[in-house]
Design a protein around this ligand. Structure first.
Ligand SMILES: Cc1ncc(C[n+]2csc(CCOP(=O)(O)OP(=O)(O)O)c2C)c(N)n1
Ligand SMILES: [Mg+2]
Length: 803
């Protein structure tokens, strides 16, 4: 017999077989998790389930092309991918379903997000960057469909910056910009504006982004004919294909059940994006939903029998199985044995996850039961407390709400008694809440050494003969210092590049720092914001410029859903220290008045909201923020760029503290609280009030979120005993927020001798023109009269009624 000289090929085929078998194990494991996951919801162990069944095989092909340093920005169907890259175990899958609050058990979000929302850890337990080039990365998912798209753009753009901008320390973030950002989106969600905006922007920017569209013809119950023109997203996007007429996309189509073709397609996509920095779109067609959309309903309601039969036949796992048998990779019997083993492994993993979830809670419950027992024995109301105890003890699968509800109710039965057991119960409840509450509420803001509140003030200093310049010059020179001090800092927005922004705060800086660091963008606020999020998640320090505050509403959804929640929703394992720069306040006209602060404040908890009254203060905020690692919105005063300010001699170094108010005029009669451009109105009114003998104290809030962390405003009110909040927003907006902070958090009501007042704008949007402004927002006369009225009530003799 001739010796086999062709061992290489044989080994390669064996390797190939092993790899395919391994892939098959992953898809079957994923499917079993989906099937069992659905049952866990239907039997009440979990609240809601949305799974990746029917999308398994393409994700295997994707995972093979995904390299260390790459990033994912996707949606809830991607569990198979996460398993294939080794970032989701069976136990972790179920821990997510149960909302296990322990980050070690549930690394995606520590139970804060529904299952199906995936993330990896970019930060260590101290909030410091890990080396992202040595791991596979997934940015944390959000639920609003297509909300993952703008962030995806930024994740891809970061590679372009790292490849082309020198001097950035990229050690932890990039190897010559070779990382690809991979996105996924459902076919129906491509109907969203965010999808189209992102697709266009990535085509313009030519960034290494690969977007996979998982096409199962449905979006919950709604068929493609109601979603997509021609029912075919890649068909209608054909014009984006790159060709001899210009740059664009590589658009690829593949059927989601065709394992070998999927592998080829993803390898090709990876190459094109990674090497050439050309965006790629992969339309993955003919996918299915074996269990329907989610646990909320069954798809038999809206799919006919023919469709259901087709889905059964073209189920990607079933097709892969047939292909393996047809190609002699495994026999039916071998596969059955594998499937049986996997069923058991998934069942075991589920049980282990359930124990890890429920046992600590049961231990907490047992502790509460034994305490309630002791309290009952020592109380005249023992019989009622015993009932609470018995009910708690009888719950098979208790949750923490059951435990606290029983113990807190029990405390009411002993409120008039004095016993060691009562004290013990009081202390136990307090300690329990203090221990458990952070599981649900921690990490809204940074926990690292760089957190914004750790930054201390550095005052601007001046030469004796300091020059008076337009405010925008202070800003411009400060941005110059920033770009020179921080190679990783960059700014981009509409008109931010070539002309140096509409108010010349970036004048000449593009010529100095290049088109990538001081960049013009299209008119696309949502993706300007998303670009910033993605780049900040990869270690850059982006400043996203939204031209006017009025147009931030286009970006506000993402500020609220994505940026504000990143740190919270990963329990501190991802961050995006993005600075959003905009200008607003006190202009004229329905869409040029920049007043909607209340709406913003209520939507972006998790982002600092800073409202500097002049450009020196604004520059100081930027300097503080670049030393910190938290996201912020800075609203510059649109009518302040041409006002004169003294030029500091420590440009780039002075820092405006965050959360600290400033008293800009002292007085004894009333405390006037305001911010931004309205302060100039208030200052003028205060001067005129002085002429009639009313001494107003004026406080500039400066930082709306966080608000007056030192509680300085209440100190002023303790002196004046009167308060008025003046705001150009509608009533119930920022002024209501400010009043709540002062009255409820600072307990200022104790010091008040007059009704606390707010003076805000009319409920309609501000009308155009100077008179439009005068009759829409508080004027100097309005402030004068409102304050005078308060003083008239106090002292009608000295301040007789004005009108
Ligand atoms: C902005 C937004 N609107 C509506 C929903 C509710 N919703 C969740 S999934 C979904 C359908 C998505 O369909 P598709 O994009 O095709 O993804 P599939 O579930 O089919 O994989 C809808 C309407 C949502 N999460 N976000
Ligand atoms: Mg769909």
């Amino acid at each position: 017999m001739k010796p086999n000289t062709n061992t290489k090929t044989e080994i390669t085929f064996e390797d190939f077989k092993a790899e395919v078998l391994n892939d098959y194990k992953t898809v079957v494991t994923s499917r079993e998790c989906s099937l069992l996951g659905r049952r866990e919801v239907l039997t009440g162990k979990a609240k809601f389930g949305i799974f990746g069944d029917g999308k398994e095989v393409p994700q295997i092909a994707w995972a093979k092309a995904f390299q260390n340093g790459d990033f994912r920005s996707g949606y809830y169907r991607d569990q198979t991918f996460m398993m294939a890259i080794g970032e989701l175990s069976i136990e972790q899958f179920f821990a997510g379903l149960y909302a296990n609050t322990n980050l070690e058990d549930e690394p995606m979000s520590a139970g804060r997000q529904m299952g199906g929302h995936f993330a990896t850890h970019s930060l260590d337990e101290n909030g410091e960057w890990k080396n992202l080039t040595e791991q596979k990365n997934s940015s944390a998912d959000i639920s609003p469909t297509a909300g993952q798209m703008p962030r995806l753009l930024g994740l891809a753009q970061a590679s372009k910056i790292y490849r082309n901008v020198k001097d950035i320390d990229a050690t932890k973030f990039s190897k010559e910009g070779n990382e690809v950002a991979w996105g996924t989106i459902g076919n129906a969600s491509t109907s969203e504006g965010l999808f189209f905006e992102t697709i266009n922007a990535a085509g313009v920017l030519q960034v290494p982004m690969v977007i996979s569209i998982w096409d199962d013809e449905y979006g919950i119950s709604v068929h493609a004919r109601h979603q997509t023109t021609k029912e075919n997203i890649s068909e209608i996007l054909k014009g984006f294909q790159r060709d001899e007429n210009g740059n664009g996309y590589e658009i690829l189509r593949v059927n989601g059940w065709n394992y070998p073709e999927l592998i080829d397609t993803y390898q090709r996509a990876s190459q094109v994006a990674r090497k050439e920095h050309v965006p790629v779109m992969i339309h993955v067609q003919e996918l299915t939903q074996p269990q329907g959309h989610s646990t909320s309903g069954s798809h038999e309601r809206y799919k006919d029998e023919a469709r259901l039969a087709w889905e059964a036949e073209y189920d990607c796992n079933a097709q892969m199985r047939q292909w393996m048998i047809a190609n002699n990779i495994a026999s039916d019997e071998e596969l059955k044995a594998i499937e049986k083993d996997i069923k058991k492994a998934v069942r075991d993993g589920k049980k282990a996850a359930w124990s890890a979830f429920i046992n600590p809670i049961k231990a907490e419950r047992d502790e509460a039961v034994s305490l309630l027992d002791r309290v009952a024995n020592s109380s005249a109301n023992g019989v009622f407390i015993t009932k609470l105890k018995n009910d708690l003890e009888a719950i098979d699968e208790p949750i923490r709400k059951d435990i606290l509800s029983a113990t807190r109710k029990a405390l009411r039965f002993v409120v008039s008694e004095a016993s060691a057991e009562k004290t013990e119960l009081q202390n136990w409840i307090t300690t329990y809440i203090n221990t458990i509450q952070p599981k649900y509420s921690s990490h809204l803001l940074s926990h690292s050494n760089k957190k914004a509140l750790n930054q201390t003030e550095v005052l601007p200093t001046y030469d004796a003969n300091a020059e008076e310049v337009d405010g925008r010059v202070v800003l411009r020179d400060n941005f110059d210092a920033i770009f020179s001090n921080y190679p990783e800092a960059l700014i981009f927005g509409e008109d931010a590049g070539h002309i140096g922004d509409v108010n010349q705060g970036l004048e000449g800086l593009q010529a100095k720092y290049g088109e990538l660091r001081v960049a013009d963008t299209g008119i696309r606020e949502a993706t300007i914001l998303g670009s910033g999020i993605g780049m900040a998640m990869r270690g850059l320090r982006p400043i996203a410029e939204i031209q006017y505050l009025d147009y931030i509403l286009y970006a506000l959804q993402l500020m609220s859903d994505d940026l504000a929640t990143i740190h919270y929703r990963t329990k501190g394992r991802q961050k995006a220290p993005l600075i959003v720069r905009t200008r607003g306040h006190r202009l004229e006209g329905i869409w040029h008045s920049g007043s909607q602060m209340g709406g913003i404040l209520n939507l972006v908890r998790g982002i600092h909201v800073l409202v500097p009254r002049n450009m020196t203060k604004a520059a100081g905020f930027y300097n503080t923020l670049l030393e910190s690692d938290e996201p912020a919105l800075v609203v510059e005063c649109l009518n302040g760029y041409r006002l004169k300010e003294k030029m500091p001699n420590n440009i780039g170094k002075f820092k405006t503290p965050i959360g600290v108010v400033e008293t800009i005029k002292e007085g004894e009669d009333i405390t006037l609280v305001s911010y931004g451009s309205t302060l100039r109105i208030v200052e003028q009114a205060a001067k005129e009030l002085l002429e009639v003998g009313i001494h107003a104290e004026i406080i500039d809030v400066q930082s709306l979120l966080p608000f007056d962390i030192n509680h300085d405003i209440v100190k002023s009110i303790a002196k004046t005993n009167r308060l008025m909040v003046i705001d150009e927003d509608v009533s119930g907006g920022a002024s209501a927020y400010i009043l709540d902070e002062i009255l409820n958090k600072q307990n200022a009501y104790k010091h008040l001798d007059s009704q606390p007042k707010t003076l805000a704008a009319k409920p309609h949007r501000p009308a155009y023109g100077t008179d439009g402004d005068y009759f829409s927002k508080p004027s100097v006369e309005d402030v004068f009269e409102a304050v005078y009225e308060v003083m008239h009530e106090v002292n009608p003799t000295d301040f007789p009624k004005l009108r």
